[in-house]
Design a protein around this ligand. Structure first.
Ligand SMILES: [Zn+2]
Length: 263
């Protein structure tokens, strides 16, 4: 599997992706908002874009579909419940479905509600796992829930699915938010040395050549995976004095999500 992360350099800081089969040159475009950059990248490599995958229905993920389909004839794949929100979806996806790219790439579909209720992530099979997670999981952060999502569902997606993936899984999110997210992590957990060190290292990084985290790294630097950290809980109590003595993970996650909204 070949992965190309495409930095759109737009105001929303979107990342688009191409996943290609090295044998056949067929490629899947994930959330190809910047259809021109995606097409240029594919042409440069000699790839043919035959499928488009929208992780969810928001316009900054689907806005490139029409132009890219016109130029490539690619089929559009999305969550089965997003079919009425995204025009011309030819394949509706559910948990356990497989997406095949050429002969060598197989991706598992994860049904991951929370940011919206019709959001999918793709997990590549093989020796090295990669997760294409749209707006569910960001580097050092989590998706918001204010445009059709639900924080409880997002928590369940994190705890029941994402947290259980192999530690070495590479994380490929839909936006470049890492610097801002690390600052939020540090606001909730000022003694998080891993987050502080990474923020220093990434200051002014070129998003066109972005640092790729793993799930293992996320466990150290992402507040939404640090629900039992004593510092996170103590700081949370400053904002929510009624917090129980030993709050459960769900409570901590939901309070953090609430604080992140206001941050
Ligand atoms: Zn979104």
């Amino acid at each position: 599997m070949i992965v190309k992360q495409i930095w759109t350099a737009n105001a929303y800081r979107n990342f688009n992706y191409l996943i290609a089969c090295a044998k056949t040159g067929e490629a899947l475009a994930i959330d190809p908002l910047d259809h021109e950059k995606c097409l240029q990248a594919a042409e440069k490599e000699g790839w043919r874009i035959t499928q488009i995958l929208n992780t969810h229905e928001h316009r900054d993920h689907t806005g490139g579909n029409e132009a890219l389909v016109r130029k490539t004839g690619a089929a559009i794949l999305a969550h089965k419940n997003a079919k009425d929100k995204i025009p011309n979806v030819s394949r509706g996806l559910g948990a356990g479905d497989l997406v095949q790219v050429g002969k060598t790439v197989t991706l598992d579909v994860l049904d991951t509600p929370g940011h919206t209720m019709s959001h999918v992530c793709l997990l590549s099979r093989g020796d090295e796992h990669a997760l294409f997670c749209g707006d569910t999981l960001f580097n050092a952060g989590a998706g918001n829930c204010h445009n059709g999502g639900h924080p409880e569902e997002l928590y369940r997606t994190f705890s029941d699915q994402l947290a259980k993936l192999p530690a070495s899984t590479l994380i490929y999110p839909g936006h470049d938010y890492i610097e801002n997210n690390l600052r939020f992590t540090l606001s909730r957990e000022p003694d998080n040395r891993d987050a502080r060190e990474l923020l220093g290292r990434l200051a002014n990084q070129d998003p066109g050549n972005a640092y790729v985290t793993t799930l293992d790294v996320e466990r150290d630097i992402n507040t939404f995976f640090r629900l039992t950290s004593p510092t996170v809980i103590a700081k949370l109590r400053e904002a929510f004095p009624d917090l129980p003595e030993k709050p459960d993970r769900r409570t901590v996650f939901l309070k953090l999500r609430e604080l992140r909204n206001a941050w």
